[in-house]
Ligand binder design. Sequence first.
Ligand code: FAD
Length: 507
Amino acid sequence: MAEGRPADDASVIRDIERFKRTVYDLLVIGGGINGAAIAHLAAKRGMKVALLEKGDFASGTSSKSTKLIHGGIRYLENLEFDLVYESLRERHIQLEVAPHLVKALPFVIPVYEGDKRPLWMMRLGVFLYDLLAGHYRIKPHRNLTREEVIKLEPGIEQKGLKGGVLYYDAQMDDARLCLENVLMAAQYGAHVANYVKVVSFVKENGRVAGVRAHDLHGIKEFEVRAKRVICAAGPWTNGLLRLDTPAAKKKVRTTKGIHIVYKGEISKHAVLMGSQSDRRIFFLIPWMGNSLIGTTDTDYIVSPDGVKVEQGDLEYLIRESKRIFPSLDLSPDKIIATFAALRPLIRKGGSASKVSRKHLFYEAPSGVIFVVGGKYTTYRKVAEDCMNRIHKVYEKETFKIYGSGTVQESAETAAARCGLAKEPVQFLMDLYGARYRDVLALAQKDPSLKERILNDPPVIKAQIVYSVETEMARTVEDITERRLSLVFRGSLPAEVPAMISKFLPRK
Ligand SMILES: Cc1cc2nc3c(=O)[nH]c(=O)nc-3n(C[C@H](O)[C@H](O)[C@H](O)COP(=O)(O)OP(=O)(O)OC[C@H]3O[C@@H](n4cnc5c(N)ncnc54)[C@H](O)[C@@H]3O)c2cc1C
């Protein structure tokens, strides 16, 4: 296998000129998780790869998910055993390769009198879930009495509570997992750029030979030549499909899902709840010291660029969650943030939540391959299946992301070595995995970068420099939303964005 050789670091240079000079083996449109992972695997297999993203990496769906790497217990209801099995296997791989970004999480399902899914059904569900996981199981599930549910979650509504179950899945940092795949692609030699939009396809004799792209920060248009083009544009897929073939039928069904970041940790476990008004299930999950509540699932047919949280979405989620957590309310001081995104599902009729989360590839007559469907959890498999279509390898392939590897020292030891307090060093280890050393190296080279810009979480200036120089952040939001997730932890002191902007590249 001609595997690309990784450089020591990603050496990410946002050099638009080199896109014009190179003829690529593969050009990937879309820097969400699927595009990032395809670019990663392709570069690793020795291909000359370009990755173009019109916003920031992960700024589409891939930073606005429920942040679960999960088998998808609810797909058992649809009898999708193969999808659940595949997802549980992928969950195991992600827990192994990205322990800093993917962590096991206990889930409680409380069951009430009159619930659409009775206790016996939930017990059977978690039993089957663990059976399918087999060797990949995180920890065995437990059936819970009413008293045990209350002991685990004292804030829960007790009236009508019959009992419940406890099972395990995993929680992730979706934006960083995507970014670490982009960085891995760059490390294997891919040319990657954010804020570059593909505006048309270049064709020769009806076959795709590249794209025309617009550098949104450099305000110029240029051509990129490639032997193969893969479009991993998530909810934007139908638009790109029509850019390729104006009369093409839509391949993707887009359904909207919103989340609320609610102040404080309402529960100690992730809690899976069934709605009363429809048969949907949704979650309340401890996240960054707060609670993530979501999600909804409603058809959405206008431009993906306009998707936003509506008051009705908020009211639905709070009303349904209040049934189980009566203390919740919609007062503005409780809502730290909200976000909305679209699922790019395989186009199929019927109820939105019943549409399968499987993936497929559609090859247009021009040769452009479109990625359709999938869920975050299975991104590595999506990339592997995609690559096997165009560049098969016959050996077992290892999979790692940018921060993979063991952290060899304690936070105390590293802190003492670098003249920092333990807390910021622990924060670096939690966020960057084995790459915390790269950030510390910046601070050691320039001690002024040890200075904090925030105490909770303890962010040092070196992280801002790292976000810009290695992780290609171009705007304040790239850093506060996706590199460091600061806006989801609480209100950000007014001076922080201004401090960050001093480190940003000039457009
Ligand atoms: C509300 C919600 C919750 C979810 N929760 C989970 C979960 O908990 N677990 C799970 O496994 N899955 C979950 N999913 C599904 C998962 O998030 C998606 O399947 C996955 O993120 C899709 O990734 P993607 O790369 O295909 O799309 P995206 O992340 O949307 O990436 C596509 C990218 O293409 C770019 N693009 C578009 N047009 C162009 C162009 N012309 N030029 C250049 N770039 C372009 C966009 O800017 C975008 O960044 C959830 C989905 C939603 C909506």
